[in-house]
Design a protein. Sequence first.
Length: 271
Amino acid sequence: MKGFFKSSIGKKVIMSVSGLFLILFLLFHLCMNLVVVFSPCAYNEVCAFLGSNWYAVAGTMVLAAGFLLHIIYAFVLTVQNRKARGKDRYDSQNLPKDVEFASKNMLVLGIIIACGLLTHFGQFWAKMMFAELAGCEGLQFGPTQGAQWINYYFHDCGGLSIALTIVYLVWFAALWLHLNHGFWSAFHTVGLSNSLWIPRLKCIAKWFSTIICAGFAFIVIWAAAGAIDTKTPCCPKGKPEVHNQCQSGHHGDKPCDKPCQGEKPCQNQGK
C-alpha cells in the first residue's frame, strides 16, 4: 500500500479523490451563496449558522487539507511528467490531436484558480469566519453580514468593484476549464475508463462545470448590478412589536416603522 501511494498512479488517485471532494464543496458553496439572490437576510442567517462553530472550523480545516493535497500532487505529477517526456514535451507535433486545451494547461489553470481563491479568502473568509474567531473589531460590517460584504465589494467600491467583477469572471472561466476536464478525468483515474462511460462523464462534466461557474458568475453580476437589497432591515428573532403591528396593519397612531424584509408595509399609515 505504501508503494502504491508513491507510484504515479497512486498520486493520480490522491489528486483525483481530493479533486472530487473539492467539487462537492463547490456544489454546496454555490447552493449556499444563491440564497443571497432571493433573500439577503436569509443568507446572513446562513452565514451566522456557518460561523465560528466547531463543525464549521473542522470543515474548513478538512477543506484546506484537501486543497493542499490537490495542489501539491498536481505540482509533483507535472514535474514527473515533464521529466519523463524530456525534450519531447516541446514538440507539438507529437501531441495527439484530441488533447484538450485544459488537459495541456491544467497546472496553469490551477494556479489562476489558487490566486483567485486567495483573493476570495482575503475578502470574505478573513472578514467573516476568521474575524469572528479572532474577535476582530472595527470592520465595515459584522462577520455574519455576508450580503453586505458581497454588496460592498462588487457594487459599492466604484472602480474597484468593476475590477473585482472582471477578476472574478476570469477566475470562473479558468475554473470552468479546470472542472470540465478534471471532473471526468478524476473518474477515469479511479477506474471508469471504458468507452461507454467516458463520453457520458464528459457530457456530465460540461453540464456540471457550466452550472457551477454560471451560478457563481450570476451572483457576482447580480451584486455588481446593485440588485442585492441591503438597506431593508432584517427581522431579528423576537422582533420589535412595531414590526408585528405594521404587518397586521393595526398600529394606532404610531408611525409605521420601515418593514423588515418579507413583511408587508402598513396599510393604514397616517390614519
